[in-house]
Design a protein around this ligand. Structure first.
Ligand code: SF4
Length: 176
């Protein structure tokens, strides 16, 4: 039987949602029987493949790089899952939203910095005006709240999606 392709994507998040994916422990064996993980921080692939069946997205869309990545991932993914409160609501990354990006960067990189103050311009992605939830940029097929979502819920989501069912999460997740 042909295996499904599962990917994960790390946008503006703390990696806690990916840690929760790793915490699904022995359930990963059941997932591995049905799917290959083809992209994300858990594997070594450098290029997002075509025709991915399920992508779990951690984090808000905060930078131009995030924006371009999520657009490309959406084009190549059948079912896109917003995983965790940062992806679902923009949560922690949105705490910067009340401030202008220029003033924010000056506060962090210039004011009160003793050694080589200056806003970095090379090798860092340009920040968007606001950090936004994934669904403000692309269509999301399933929202899995939690900070992070419990490992059991992630295992359930993957199991159901790989069986061709849309999971009912009403009693399995909550915000925060
Ligand atoms: S939802 Fe929570 S655990 Fe997940 S990336 Fe955001 S802050 Fe981290």
């Amino acid at each position: 039987m042909k295996k499904a392709k599962v990917a994960t994507l790390w946008l503006d998040g703390c990696s806690g949602c990916h840690m929760s994916i790793l915490d699904i422990d022995e359930a990963i064996a059941a997932v591995a029987q049905k799917a290959d993980i083809v992209f994300g921080p858990l594997v070594d692939a450098q290029v997002f493949p075509e025709d991915v069946d399920v992508t779990l997205v951690e984090g808000a869309v905060s930078s131009q790089h995030d924006y371009e990545q999520i657009k490309q991932v959406r084009e190549n993914t059948r079912l896109l899952v917003a995983l965790g409160d940062c992806a679902v609501t923009s949560n922690v990354p949105a705490m910067r939203n009340p401030f202008q990006v220029k003033k924010l960067l000056e506060r962090i990189y210039v004011q009160g910095v003793d050694t080589k103050p200056g806003i970095p311009t090379e090798g860092v992605p340009t920040l968007m005006k606001r950090a936004v939830p994934v669904h403000e940029v692309v269509k999301v097929d399933l929202f899995v709240p939690g900070c992070p979502p419990p490992a059991a819920a992630i295992g359930f989501v993957l199991g159901e999606l790989l069986e061709g069912r849309m999971p009912d999460l009403s009693s399995k997740v909550k915000f925060g």
